[in-house]
Design a protein around this ligand. Structure first.
Ligand SMILES: C[S@@+](CC[C@H](N)C(=O)[O-])C[C@H]1O[C@@H](n2cnc3c(N)ncnc32)[C@H](O)[C@@H]1O
Length: 283
C-alpha cells in the first residue's frame, strides 16, 4: 500500500495508473476486435490497484526473464495421440499452447496395488498415450507401483510395441520406502537427493506425491515441499522433457524451469477427492 503523505509514492502511483491505463487501452483494443464483445459507450477506467511502481516493474521484468520461445511440445499433437487411443472417452481439448480435459477413471476395486492413494485405474496408460516418443521415464513417489506395471503402461503408449525394446535403464522408480513397506522402487531414497549422474536423463517424469500432511503421515514421511521437488525433478529432466504431476493442487514451480501447458482433472468416483494432472515442459 502507498503510505499516506508520501509524495514520492503518490508520484509513483500516478505512473502506475498511467501504465495500467495503457494496458487497459490495449485490452480494450483487443476487445474491439471481437465484435460480440463491443459495447457502445464502454468507459474504460483504471482500477485502484495497490501495486507499487517497483512491484509492477519487478513483475514485468520477471515476465521478460522467461524465454519467449514456443513450446517444444505441441499440445494439439499430444491431445491427438491421447484422443486416437481412447476413442470411447471424451477427447482432450487443445490449442497450440494448452491442453485441458477430464478423465473419469471409475473405482478400481481389483487394484493389485493396495497402497493408500494408489494410481487410479488407467491413469498411467492415459498419460503414456500422449507420449509415444518418451524413452526415459521416471516415476517419482512410485509407492506400490512395480517395474512390471510401469513397463506395461509405458509399452501401452507405443504405437507398435512389437518394435520396442525396453532397456533396463529406461525406467526408474523412486520412493523413500522399500519392499518391507509395500513400495517397489528401483532406487530407494529421497526425491530431493537423486544421483548427480541422473542430470538431464529423463524425457518423461511422472510424480504422485502425498497431497496433504495427513496423507504424508499415513505414508510415514514428511510432507514434501512442492517447489523444492519440482526443482529437483527439473535437474533430472532433459530440456523439452515433460513432467506429469498428479495432485489436488497445481504445484508451485519456477516459470524459468517449467512451463505449464496442460490441466486434466482426474475424477475417480463419488466421495473421492478430485485430482489434477498438471503437465509441464522443462524449459
Ligand atoms: C501418493 S503415494 C504414491 C502412490 C503411487 N502412485 C502408487 O500408485 O502406489 C506417495 C509416495 O511418495 C513417497 N514419498 C514421500 N516423500 C518422498 C520423498 N521425499 N522422496 C521419495 N518418495 C517419497 C511415499 O513413501 C509414498 O509411497
Amino acid at each position: 500500500m502507498i503510505p499516506p503523505g508520501d509524495v514520492e509514492s503518490f508520484r509513483q502511483a500516478d505512473e502506475v495508473q498511467a501504465i495500467l491505463r495503457e494496458e487497459l487501452v490495449d485490452v480494450a483494443d483487443d476487445r474491439a476486435e471481437l465484435p460480440h464483445r463491443r459495447h457502445a459507450g464502454e468507459v474504460v477506467t483504471a482500477p485502484t490497484d495497490p501495486v507499487t511502481l517497483a512491484e509492477h516493474r519487478e513483475r514485468k521484468n520477471a515476465r521478460a526473464r522467461i524465454p519467449a520461445r514456443p513450446l517444444t511440445i505441441d499440445p494439439t499433437l499430444r491431445a491427438h495421440y491421447y484422443n486416437r487411443r481412447f476413442l470411447d472417452r471424451p477427447p482432450l481439448a487443445s490449442t497450440r499452447e494448452w491442453v485441458v480435459g477430464a478423465w473419469a477413471t471409475g473405482a478400481y476395486w481389483k487394484n493389485s496395488n493396495p497402497l493408500h492413494g494408489a494410481y487410479p485405474r488407467t491413469y498411467l496408460e492415459r498419460v503414456h498415450a500422449m507420449f509415444p516418443d518418451a524413452r526415459h521415464v521416471l516415476h517419482a513417489f512410485s509407492g506400490g507401483l512395480g517395474i512390471a506395471e510401469a513397463i506395461a503402461a509405458y509399452s501401452s503408449g507405443i504405437a507398435d510395441p512389437g518394435e520396442m525394446t525396453v532397456a533396463p535403464e529406461s525406467i526408474e522408480l523412486i520412493d523413500l520406502k522399500g519392499p518391507d513397506e509395500g513400495r517397489h522402487p528401483t532406487w530407494q531414497g529421497d526425491v530431493l537427493s537423486m544421483p548427480a549422474e541422473w542430470a538431464g536423463r529423463f524425457d518423461l517424469v511422472l510424480a504422485d506425491p502425498p497431497y496433504t500432511p495427513e496423507d504424508a503421515a499415513r505414508y510415514g514421511v514428511p510432507m514434501p515441499d512442492r517447489l523444492a521437488v519440482t526443482r529437483a525433478l527439473r535437474r533430472v529432466t532433459m530440456a523439452g522433457g515433460v513432467l506429469a504431476w498428479l495432485d489436488t493442487v497445481w504445484p508451485m514451480h519456477r516459470k524459468e524451469e517449467w512451463r505449464c501447458w496442460g490441466h486434466v482433472a482426474v475424477v475417480r468416483s463419488t466421495n473421492h477427492r478430485v485430482r489434477l494432472c498438471s503437465l509441464f515442459e522443462a524449459v
